[in-house]
Structures are given as C-alpha cells and as structure tokens.
Ligand binder design. Structure first.
Ligand SMILES: [Zn+2]
Length: 118
C-alpha cells in the first residue's frame, strides 16, 4: 500500500460518514393544498368531485352549491375564498341589496324616533 491509496481510503470514509441527503426544509409546491374531504368537512357548500387546481394562479378552485333555499345554482370559487362565499353570484348581490335596504330602514326609523322625542 502506497501513501496515495491510504489517502483515497480516508476520503471514502469521510464520504460514507456524511448523511445520505440533507432533508429539504422548503415546502414542496402545493404543500398547502387541501383534499376534497378536508374542504367538505369545513364547508358543506362544496360539491363533491369538483376540486381542481389552477396552475396559472397556483390555487385550488371548487364548485359550491348556493346556500339559499330553493336556489340550486352552482359557482366556482377559489378555495381560499370558501370561508366567505356560500351563495351564487345572484344571491350574493340580492343579499347585499337587502342588507343595504335594512340599514336604510333602520336609519330612517332611528331618525323618526328622534323626531318624535323632540
Ligand atoms: Zn343562489
């Protein structure tokens, strides 16, 4: 055995002692994706079998059924918006109009009550 052979053996021993691969700390792309089962547990409006991934936005989308009684319209929403969307677009607009009307009515009543007091 010459001196060079010994050197090679040492290098091999050091290489073998190293861990195979360093664990990847970075989350793989799409690690925060949810399964349909998970989504349906949290959001009953989700329609089974409609979960899709939008590559261009790196987001998931799913179909929901409108929560309004007697309305069976469906719409596609980003899963990130599920927490705030449970109605079709028409019902969402309608609900918004009704809220505004109620606010106006309440304001009018408050003003009328004030006028009565004076
Ligand atoms: Zn609706």
């Amino acid at each position: 055995m010459g001196p060079f052979e010994n050197q090679n053996q040492d290098v091999e021993a050091v290489e073998a002692a190293k861990p195979e691969t360093e664990e990847k700390v970075r989350k793989p792309k799409g690690a925060n994706r949810m399964t349909e089962e998970e989504l349906m547990e949290d959001y009953p409006q989700v329609v089974a079998g409609t979960l899709a991934f939008i590559e261009t936005e790196n987001k998931q989308a799913v179909k929901i059924t409108c929560s309004t009684e007697d309305c069976e319209r469906q719409r596609t929403v980003r899963t990130s918006d599920l927490w705030q969307v449970d109605k079709c677009e028409a019902c969402t607009r309608k609900a918004r109009r009704e809220r505004a009307r109620e606010r106006r009515k309440a304001k009018k009543e408050a003003e009328a009550a004030e006028a009565d007091e004076s």
